[in-house]
Design a protein around this ligand. Structure first.
Ligand code: SF4
Length: 235
């Protein structure tokens, strides 16, 4: 694995939170949860695939004073629209340190044969290796309960290998879309064409009416997660 661009963490968050975790509920402002998390875990890192959840999270993190890393794994199979969205976010949030990881593998089209193995080497391993090196005590991420059944019970804090802070756990798709429009955030334009969760192009299709937001990922397979958040290699 190599890092095409790596900025060392130098989080200088200075927001002081007046909250305790027990103060938060489904109505809480994500900015307050992030401010609390920064106080508890000043070394936290934000992995992101630049989906709508992640971009709303980024905007709240900026308001909360986050100046740390936003880590993206480039699998070599992202849509051009995703990479353009990445560029727009770099322009909008210069206070963040954007980091791109890439496994630098040959294009063997492994996704045609074994998507679990493909995700493991192209997506999970680069991030796992990077986190092993940085060893943050927590990860900030934008997952929410209504994205999929596999996420239906997540809370604001989960304990994995390290803490996972989920400030948008109770946000619905309607809330996310309303926030994006109100704040004119540069989300991936494919979203408005039904690509509610966007990963690699070989493994993503638009969602059909009535399907959950992640139904377009690995459609037709039992696979529902890339392995970053569930499974024995989870972050
Ligand atoms: S989403 Fe598909 S193409 Fe991307 S890493 Fe996983 S299996 Fe490979």
């Amino acid at each position: 694995m190599s890092e095409t661009a790596v900025s060392q963490s130098a989080s200088s968050q200075s927001v002081s939170s007046k909250f305790a975790l027990s103060d938060f509920n489904a109505e809480s402002n994500p900015k307050d949860i992030i401010a609390w998390a920064l106080e508890q875990h000043p070394d936290l890192i934000m992995p992101s695939a630049f989906n709508i959840n992640g971009i709303v999270l980024m905007d709240f993190a900026a308001q909360a004073g986050y100046t740390g890393e936003v880590v993206f794994v480039d699998t070599d199979y992202h849509f051009p629209e995703t990479l353009n969205t990445y560029a727009a976010l770099e322009r909008k949030y210069p206070q963040f340190k954007f980091v791109t990881l890439n496994a630098n593998l040959e294009d063997t089209q492994q996704y045609l044969i074994d998507t679990d193995a493909c995700c493991a080497v192209r997506k999970v391993a680069p991030l796992q290796d990077y986190l092993a090196q940085k060893n943050p005590s927590a990860l900030l991420n934008g997952r929410s309960r209504d994205q999929a059944d596999t996420r239906a019970s997540i809370g604001f804090v989960e304990q994995g290998k390290r803490k996972r802070i989920n400030p948008l756990a109770y946000w619905t798709r309607e809330m996310l879309e309303g926030y994006v429009k109100e704040h004119e955030l540069p989300i991936n334009p494919m979203y408005w064409d039904g690509f509610l969760s966007i990963g690699c192009w070989p493994c993503t299709r638009a969602v059909r009416p009535g399907e959950d937001a992640r139904a377009g990922r690995w459609a037709g397979q039992a696979k529902t997660e890339c392995g970053l958040w569930v499974g024995e290699k989870a972050l």
